[in-house]
Ligand binder design. Structure first.
Ligand code: SF4
Length: 390
């Protein structure tokens, strides 16, 4: 039986940041108690619809701002998960948090409930950049949050940072990353800003109030970060993710390896039994559906708003697109053969040859254990490589 990852979406924030296009809402915090009860119900329904106790290797509270949940709310969700799934020893339990929402007491409570990995949205250390992004914290709050997390016993900490901001200079990016390194995180996620449609940032850019980000400068920032992180002992394992040895995020590896995960909560996406699910977006609609909902066929839930059967062609394309994001392990030739009954060279001979010719893909290791992965140059042009396989 495959191991499962469980994602729980907490769609509440105290304020919506100017660049955010996630499924999250400000001003709906009154719904959190009813939402927690609905989430507990969804966990119980989906788990029992599987017909056996599924083994879970990771749990991830994402958002939104999961750190807005009280200790009692978090405890009730974790209790339902523990009663509904078979937790593997050493299960990874991550919670995303905004630095301004944490206290030593809340962190100690999370830790005592079993949360063992904390992911902090630092984004930048520069006050002007944080203002532009409309973040609700400053760098000193990040320092205090990290210090409190260490004191509470967290030894697995991620910091999220964003680069490629409008008017961001290479030097301010370097300063933010150096300050992040000074906090000794076990893991770093570095994302290039994309200005999404429908966000305030997009409107400001359209009106000419801010410039669009400069992609060449963003590439320079990425390359500098890559070299700097390698020099101080971080291993890159995914296009946007680096970790200390052995500290890669197990939950996210599950996505990139094309393994099953359950997505619970408003707007959450899942993939299990060859089916992709997506839940209804609005928290109030989600709560209503769970209040009135009954057992469905696994992995559906009363909140499932759309369902897609993943056929073999789509599964092959997704395996390539997700696997090639893994910069070290790439797509294993042996795993591909075992999963699809054909070799990578048989299915994608022309694509592989062409992309290798452009210096974007390479074989690493010896056949039959070799893997196909992006070259250093390919990592900068990942999207152009991925489209060739889907
Ligand atoms: S804290 Fe995160 S999820 Fe919430 S609005 Fe800001 S970017 Fe979006």
């Amino acid at each position: 039986m495959p191991l499962y990852a469980v994602y729980l979406h907490i769609p509440f924030c105290t304020h919506r940041c100017g660049y955010c296009d996630f499924n999250t809402y400000a001003g709906l915090e009154d719904l959190i108690p009813a939402y927690t009860a609905a989430l507990v119900h969804e966990i119980e329904l989906v788990a029992s619809s599987a017909g056996e106790r599924l083994p879970a290797q990771s749990i991830f509270f994402g958002g939104g701002t999961p750190s807005l949940l009280s200790g009692a709310q978090l405890a009730s969700i974790l209790r339902a998960l523990e009663e509904s799934f078979h937790w593997l020893p050493g299960i990874e339990i991550t919670l995303e948090a905004n630095p301004g929402t944490l206290s030593l007491a809340s962190l100690q409570e999370m830790r005592s409930l079993g949360v063992n990995r904390l992911s902090l949205g630092m984004q930048s250390a520069h006050p002007g950049e944080l203002r532009l992004l409309e973040r609700q914290h400053d760098y000193p709050q990040v320092v205090r949050a990290v210090s409190a997390a260490r004191q509470a016993g967290f030894d697995n900490l991620n910091l999220d940072l964003i680069y490629g901001l409008p008017e961001q200079a290479l030097s301010t990016w370097q300063r933010s990353l150096e300050l992040a390194l000074g906090l000794h995180p076990e893991h770093l996620s570095l994302y290039a800003l994309t200005i999404e449609h429908g966000t305030p940032l997009k409107r400001w850019a359209k009106r000419g109030l801010i410039p669009e980000p400069d992609p060449d400068l963003a590439a320079e920032m990425y390359e500098w970060a890559d070299e700097r992180l390698a020099a101080v002992g971080y291993e890159q394992y995914e296009i946007s993710n680096w970790s200390r040895p052995g500290r890669a995020c197990r939950h996210n590896l599950q996505y990139w390896r094309g393994l099953p995960y359950l997505g619970l909560g408003a707007g959450a996406h899942g993939y299990a039994n060859g089916v992709r699910t997506a839940n209804v977006l609005a928290p109030a609609a989600y709560i209503t559906r769970l209040e009135n909902g009954a057992l469905q066929e696994f992995p559906r839930s009363p909140a499932t708003a759309s369902l897609t059967q993943v056929d073999r062609t789509a599964e092959i394309g997704e395996t390539m697109m997700m696997g090639l994001r893994l910069t070290r392990e790439g797509v294993s030739e042996a795993d591909f053969q075992a999963r699809f009954g054909q070799g990578l060279d048989e299915v994608f001979a022309a694509e592989i040859e062409e992309l290798r010719g452009y210096g974007l893909l390479e074989w690493a290791g010896e056949a039959p254990w070799r893997c196909l992965r992006l070259t250093d140059r390919g990592r900068l042009l990942g999207n152009q490589v991925f489209v060739r396989f889907i």
